[in-house]
Design a protein around this ligand. Structure first.
Ligand code: SAM
Length: 338
């Protein structure tokens, strides 16, 4: 297996020589190199969303464009009958979005958890693999990896990158709610970077993913995934709160809404966006759903706390950063009580 550092040449990231992680936020590559976050942000900002023609016209025409935009989105969307899952797929198939996700490298927190919970040689399923950010470094670390995503352009870009680095990865275009694999195929499953929140149909959609992951995992295997949190204190807290209030008011007054559940956001399919659907709920709900599915939540913490080497505690739910869940399928199924 090749052991060249996994850096996309187009972006020419400066590689900090291997050494202990120095606490700076950055991407960790398999051999310990770090690309600092400021560079990473500059790199990803290259793929800027373009405003659609219709919205440009509306903005140019109307003195109070932002309010009108909101009104048009809401009224017009309610009259439309569109397939949200197809929209998600479309959002992640656009060239500028694929470019944005083409930077390869694990977060320090991911690197730490994979090493802790996944023994080398494990067969790993990387769900929502995007352009291979996590898939390639995992394959380089002597795991057997299948990278899978609902967007074919994402899988294609990931596969091209893997070929360049001569990494033996299996690829699949699929929907995480309906996996084409036999029971107990994988020793580990990953759904990184809040991918599960993009699965529509509220909690039911997320539950389908948990059921499928449970099915394809071997007993004793670990499922690692990340989400945001509705209770997080960050720059989006006010926006989430106002959305919540408006959702509750609409429900009370029985007004039609695109969001069917708390935390759901549905965006106008005519806009050139990355995210057409997302649902941010509480990590407590995910932990409960995992337990109800039969998983044991063996570890839960925020990315910030993992990076700061802090143990998990109840404050993690409110941290501004991503939440990590490590859920294990028990070795022996619980014996049913007679
Ligand atoms: C935020 S991106 C993260 C990509 C990659 N994991 C990374 O960390 O760079 C989320 C990915 O999940 C994929 N995705 C969304 N819904 C999915 C589904 N139902 N099944 C499989 N993949 C899905 C998207 O196409 C997208 O590539």
């Amino acid at each position: 297996m090749s052991h060249v550092p996994l850096v996309h040449k187009r972006y020419s990231i400066r590689i900090v020589p291997p050494g202990p992680y120095n606490g700076a936020e950055g991407l960790v590559f398999p051999r310990g190199e770090i690309a600092v976050k400021s560079q990473y942000n500059t790199l990803i900002s290259k793929g800027l969303p373009k405003i659609s023609k219709r919205h440009k016209q509306v903005k140019n025409r109307h003195p109070n464009a932002s309010q009108l935009d909101r009104k048009i989105d809401k009224d017009y969307l309610l009259t439309m009958n569109f397939n949200i899952k197809k929209q998600v797929q479309k959002g992640y198939s656009r060239a500028w979005v694929v470019d944005k996700y083409a930077v390869v490298g694990l977060w320090p927190s991911e690197d730490e958890l994979f090493q802790k919970f996944w023994p080398y040689g494990t067969r790993v399923l990387d769900l929502g693999c995007g352009a291979g950010r996590t898939t390639l470094p995992i394959a380089q670390q002597d795991y057997w990896v299948t990278g899978a995503d609902i967007s074919f352009p994402m899988v294609k870009r990931a596969r091209d990158q893997a070929e360049r680095w001569r990494l033996p990865i299996t690829w699949a275009t699929l929907d995480a709610t309906d996996l084409p694999f036999a029971n107990e195929t994988f020793g580990a499953v990953l759904f990184s970077y809040n991918g599960i929140e993009l699965v529509p149909d509220g909690k039911e959609g997320k539950q389908c993913v948990l059921n499928e992951v449970w099915r394809v995992l071997k007993p004793g295997g670990h499922f690692i995934f990340t989400t945001h949190a509705i209770e997080a204190f960050n720059q989006y807290a006010f926006l989430r709160f106002s959305r919540l209030i408006s959702f509750l008011i609409s429900k009370t007054l029985r007004r039609p809404t695109l969001a069917k559940e708390i935390g759901e956001v549905v965006n106008d399919p005519n806009r050139n966006l990355e995210v057409y659907y997302m649902q941010i709920i509480s990590p407590r709900t995910y932990r409960k759903m995992l337990t109800n599915t039969g998983f044991e939540v063996v570890y839960y913490n925020s990315r910030q706390r993992i990076d700061q080497q802090k143990p998990p505690n109840w404050l993690a739910d409110m941290d501004p950063d991503f939440k990590f869940y490590v859920a294990q399928k028990p070795v022996a199924p619980p014996i049913a009580e007679i």
